[in-house]
Design a protein around this ligand. Structure first.
Ligand code: NAD
Length: 488
């Protein structure tokens, strides 16, 4: 099987690989700007067929009630993805520009392994809970709480970690008994199409249970949110698009689960190893060229040592050269597209207009005239009210902000429309944990602890979204709750 060949770029609708009614569109290697090939371009009629297939598979088959079949199919999907992991790795590096080293974790192998958690959860889940007997209104009644699938799930996903996000939706949604229409980002159609092809050719997942609809037209995704046959939208992407999806979904009051943007803070307390913490913050801001929703892009440091922190961050970021993602040593690859690179550059230009200075970086690397690269950049001299400190840039850009003690650091960290993640570094673990407890975010790292794991729910407060992905909480997002009351 060749995942990079034309077959890997078909749509998956009702169990069959089919071409797109709107023809094809190109998918581009962001490190070289070469067109890798074409992806199937779906139109509204293709999306209509995919939704119809998912609806039929949910309503007319026993998929939602046959837990054994689902557990087997989700494990089968994990296993077939593992068998093809080397092809998927090369595809992911080429299409996403993901540094090779990241494909050993969240960019590919992590989410494949995590499908096992979704299957295990479904296998051991208490689908029916006895609420006991009671006599509400004087009528003796036996009550049971049943958990069951929501129905047809429309999954709409971005390009930055396509496998992580596609599989963290597919795994629990399927294990919980739903059927799915997956609409991936136009920038990474092959990552999703390859999973669709493996599902069609190598698993027993019944026709219509998973449909993969690639398109370069965002409005094809909007159809999922509006369609009354779709029961739930599971969306990951920008806050602006999440808002639009919510408005579209409101017409049919469907459930909307949102994983959105972030502007997370890395708080360094005054007893911390400042240089070490600043350097770590700088390193993480460069990974995958900063294209992670939970990257800590505001480094919040004690005012008395501000210059020292800027210098330490700049020493690290300045030493990380954006490079070829196929190279095992590359940490910072390209941005996904010329559009994203230009967007990041416009924020760097804004930083200067706002009165900031660059301690390193500030534009495109001089030694790379092809590929959508931006130099790792440290912005200094601005407060938390600057737009570059408030808005998501989605590039390898770190803004250093001064604080005047723990309370002020908490205030600054929380003074954001977002609330996705955060980090606290301090020598006194109890004090650092106390600061972490006050952050209004969905995940927080204290002194280097890792929150990313199959059993740990991930998601945001405030405009970073609602609901949780992964963990048992992530599985339960895809369940309804029914009470059955039997007279006795
Ligand atoms: P995006 O919002 O532009 O697009 C995401 C998806 O929505 C794509 O599939 C796109 O085609 C689709 N879409 C666009 N307009 C639509 C509409 N009106 N209706 C329905 N679907 C529509 O995001 P992006 O640029 O692909 O990804 C980057 C963003 O994703 C960043 O803001 C990042 O923070 C966020 N993100 C969040 C998480 C998280 O878990 N919180 C994870 C990764 C990325």
């Amino acid at each position: 099987m060749a995942l990079l060949a034309d077959r890997g770029s078909d749509l998956l609708i009702d169990g069959k690989m089919v071409s797109g009614s709107a023809g094809t569109f190109g998918t581009i290697n962001p490190a070289t700007e070469e067109v890798l090939g074409t992806a199937a371009n779906a139109d509204a009629a293709d999306m209509d067929r995919a939704i119809e297939a998912a609806r039929r598979a949910f309503d007319d088959t026993d998929w939602s009630r046959n837990t054994g079949l689902r557990v087997r199919c989700v494990r089968q999907l994990r296993d077939v993805l593992r068998e093809h992991v080397e092809e998927l790795r090369e595809l992911t590096i080429a299409e996403v520009g993901a540094p090779r080293m990241l494909t050993a974790s969240a960019q590919l192998e992590g989410p494949i392994d995590d499908l096992g958690f979704a299957a295990d959860t479904a296998e051991s889940y208490p689908w029916n809970q006895d609420l006991g007997e009671a006599s509400p209104m004087g009528i003796a009644t036996r009550r049971t709480i049943a958990r069951e699938a929501v129905g047809v799930v429309g999954a709409i996903t971005p390009w930055n970690f396509p496998h992580q996000i596609n599989l963290a939706k597919l795994g629990p949604a399927l294990a919980a008994g739903n059927t799915v229409v997956l609409k991936p980002a136009p920038d990474t159609p092959w990552c999703a199409a390859a999973v669709g092809q493996l599902i069609a050719e190598h698993t027993d997942i019944p026709p219509g249970v998973v449909n993969v609809v690639t398109s370069d037209d965002h409005s094809v995704g909007a159809l999922l949110a509006k369609d009354p046959r779709v029961d739930m939208i599971s969306f990951t992407g920008s806050t602006a698009t999440g808002r639009s999806v919510s408005i579209d979904a409101a017409g049919t009051i469907k459930r909307v689960f949102l994983e959105l943007g972030g502007k997370s803070a890395f708080v360094v307390l005054d007893d911390a190893d400042l240089a070490g913490a600043a350097s770590m913050s700088a390193f993480t801001a460069c990974m995958h060229a900063g294209q992670g929703c939970a990257v800590t892009t505001r480094l919040v440091v004690p005012r008395a040592r501000y210059d020292e922190a800027v210098a330490a961050a700049a020493a690290t970021m300045g030493s990380i050269k954006p490079g070829d993602p196929t190279d095992p040593g590359t940490v910072c690859g390209p941005l996904i597209s010329a559009r994203q690179r230009d967007r990041v550059q416009s924020y760097l230009d804004l930083a200067v207009r706002e009165g900031g200075t660059f301690a390193c970086g500030g534009g495109r690397p001089a030694d790379r005239d092809t590929g959508f690269f931006i130099e790792p950049t440290v912005i200094a001299g601005l407060g938390n009210d600057a737009r570059v400190a408030r808005e998501e840039i989605f590039g390898p850009v770190l803004t250093v902000i001064a604080h005047d003690g723990d309370d002020d650091a908490v205030r600054i960290a929380n003074d954001s429309p977002y609330g996705l993640s955060g980090t606290v570094f301090g020598a006194d673990p109890a004090r650092a944990a106390a600061v972490a407890a006050r952050l209004r975010v969905g995940t927080v790292n204290v002194n280097g602890g890792v929150w990313y794991s199959a059993d740990a729910p991930f998601g945001g407060y405030k405009q970073s979204g609602n609901g949780r992905e992964m963990g048992v909480a992530g599985f339960e997002e895809y369940l309804e709750t029914k009470v059955i009351a039997e007279a006795i």
